[in-house]
Design a protein around this ligand. Structure first.
Ligand code: NAD
Ligand code: ZN
Ligand code: ZN
Length: 342
């Protein structure tokens, strides 16, 4: 089968032929329908985070192809999303379904498929346990793959911020790419807050408006962007800022536009640092650094999509074009989410 492999940091991925894997006892073989192309993969490709080689793709959905010995409750052909952050499955936190915060994370063999273990940018993928499968109902698995990260990650961040997102509150979303375009939809589906979207790319801002953002601000000139956002939110400041970039200028911008007793959530892994001084961020601001989401939250995301309340804007490409697709993502030339389809 064809697979997109991480080889070594600093090198582009390679598309190679591999034998189709066989599920060991307790495992499930997935026939991949789609694997989302996440900006985190660029961090994985650029930095020596995991020893290679392994197959990329941590945002996966498809159909059950075969069950390893002892696996029950699923049958060939079932449409599923793969829950991506693979925890130990046994600790207290994993038992609450929040494997994204597994207590044993430091001693796990990898963070998940595509993040140290073989992932979904291939025709088939091994899922180590059926507990990591979430039924997709009548959703098309290729189109639904981004729900497992591009939607789950902002959903988890937004759910934890709901008590701030009341009528009359302002929420600022920075970075309207794969995660951000889902965040806009999730905020519109779940909250009455007024939504201000920021990006450095006017096309992404037009996308945000099409998805329901109330205001958009180009943040290329951060000083002007801070003034513009402050003009919109007034003395109260933004109740919530969600940073899907996490670079120094976006973290600084978010810290300057949130109000007192607000919430500042940094999701992006853009290498920035949050500076602290008295009243900066303002007093009462809660800072959050969420990672991915829980299994039950993935079920909630899928339910939102099944209800037609959110939908990933997907550009599909064949696996063979992976290297080019990563380059397009790096250059900001992907609209919504790219999905590789074997
Ligand atoms: P993406 O490339 O699809 O989107 C990034 C968006 O940010 C683009 O629209 C781009 O124009 C915009 N942008 C870039 N620099 C900007 C700047 N300085 N100011 C304003 N906008 C800017 O990326 P994605 O897949 O949505 O991922 C976003 C970030 O979230 C990445 O850093 C990724 O690694 C991270 N991430 C974190 C988690 C987590 O659990 N914490 C999960 C998934 C992804
Ligand atoms: Zn990701
Ligand atoms: Zn655990």
């Amino acid at each position: 089968m064809k697979a997109v492999r991480y080889v070594q940091a600093g090198q582009p991925p390679e598309v190679v032929d591999l034998p189709t894997p066989t599920p060991a006892p307790g495992e499930v073989l997935l026939r991949v329908a789609g694997a989302g192309v996440c900006h985190s993969d660029l961090h994985v490709l650029d930095h020596p985070l995991f020893p290679g080689p392994f197959t990329l793709g941590h945002e996966n959905a498809g159909h059950v192809a075969a069950l390893g010995d002892g696996v029950t409750g699923w049958k060939e052909g079932d449409a599923v999303a793969v829950y991506g952050p693979w925890g130990c499955g046994r600790c207290h936190t994993c038992q609450t379904s929040a494997e994204n915060y597994c207590e044993q994370h430091a001693s796990l063999p990898s963070l998940g498929g595509g993040l140290g273990s073989d992932g979904g940018m291939a025709e088939y993928m091994i899922v180590p346990s059926p507990r990591l499968l979430v039924p997709l109902g009548r959703l098309d698995p290729a189109a639904a793959a981004p729900l497992s990260d591009a939607a789950l990650t902002p959903y988890h961040a937004i759910k934890a911020a709901l008590r701030w997102l009341t009528p009359g509150a302002d929420v600022v979303v920075i970075g309207i790419g794969g995660l951000g375009h889902m965040a806009v939809q999730i905020l519109k589906a779940l909250t009455p807050a007024r939504l201000i979207a920021g990006d450095i790319d006017d096309e992404k801002l037009a996308h945000a408006r099409a998805l329901g953002a109330d205001h958009t601000v180009n943040t290329r000139d951060s000083k002007r962007a801070v003034e513009e956002i402050r003009g919109l939110v007034g003395a109260r400041g933004a109740a919530v800022a969600l940073d899907f970039v996490g670079a120094q200028p976006t973290i600084d911008l978010c810290a300057r536009i949130v109000g007192r007793a607000s919430r500042l959530t940094i999701v992006g892994l853009g290498g920035g640092t949050l500076n602290y001084a008295a009243n900066k961020p303002p007093y009462g601001c809660e800072v959050s650094v969420p990672y991915w989401g829980s299994r039950t939250e993935l079920m909630e995301v899928i339910a939102l999509a099944e209800a037609g309340r959110i939908k990933a804007d997907v550009e599909t490409f064949p696996l063979e074009q992976a290297v080019d697709v990563y380059q397009r993502l790096r250059e900001g030339r992907i609209h919504g989410r790219a999905v590789l389809v074997p």
